[in-house]
Design a protein around this ligand. Sequence first.
Ligand SMILES: [Cu+2]
Length: 377
Amino acid sequence: MKRIGWAIALAAAWLTPAAAQAPANPPQATAQTTPAAAQPNAAPPAGFAQDATKPDAATAPPAQEPVAAALPTVAPTPGIGEPDGRMGLQYQVTPIGREAAAFHNHWLLLLCAIICAVVLILLIYAMIRFRRSAHPVPSRNSHNTAIEVTWTLVPVLILVAIAIPSIRLLRHTYSPPPADLTVKVTGHQWYWSYDLPDYGVSFDSYMLKEANDPTRQKNQRARTDADGPPLLAVDNRLVIPQGKVVKFLVTADDVIHSFAVPAFWIKQDANPGQLHEAWVKVDRPGVYFGQCSELCGARHGFMPISVEVVPPAEFATWIASKGGHMPGAKPAVVAGVSPAAQTGGGTATPAPAVAGTAVATTTPAPSNPNVANRANQ
Ligand SMILES: [Cu+2]
């Protein structure tokens, strides 16, 4: 029986990798023999399969949309809101971020340094003072009340010293002020979509590829320096107003993602079927980048987040350029703004997006032009 068991196990081990490789090899071979762009109607949909070397589907509509037609693309400030090679935390632009960074830099690091120094000094002292040549007869002590009380009390005091500011930070994080604006953030394989239900705005945000990237479709805009660093720039930034409390409702529609923007001190898991909450209040205008921080599939590394913080007046302009409306504004205003948004962008807005905008103005539920595209996956 043992031999039969071994035979079955060996057969399974031999069959499994072969079965896994069989469907993967043929598409790779075809991708190498033909140019990347000349792959129409390959199944599964190109660029959305678990193969990062495939080009995106030619029908991906969001990449054609202009970046906030009525707003010029603001270039990020080097070293702020993006990694720049320095060690340590990014410059924080939210109250929670500043409190947390101060807690980390001025308290936790200090405590770590003091503990390391004390332990090191004790070790060196014991090694020198009680070495065999200087201390030939070892001590026979087995109890010392003073030392035992000390080495119990000191760690407790250290933990209390960490717990008090830590719990205070948690309390501040999870008792946000009333929100001025709510943004629903949805993670998908592999892009983000944003909904501002109070403003009738809903859009997808894809990573911008490099100009020389062979997987970039001709209808996809290439990244420029004004958009941001490679792998972080997106075609449609999320824009939020400066100095306002913005509540993010974070979820996902396929697998677990994580909405993380280091300069905001946000790292919130996006779970399918669940809504998690995070909030920011950013006083400094600028562009801030983040990434999905949960391993979510082949293109996990290619779904960046880009948030632009603008003065409230510019935020209203951006809302209008997206076909939305400020709360309380008449829907008729939107109809007058939409054509202007189309002409201002330089490229024609695809028909589904216009239809989606029209629906969004009459019914609160935002319609997403990319839904049909997702259904193909
Ligand atoms: Cu993800």
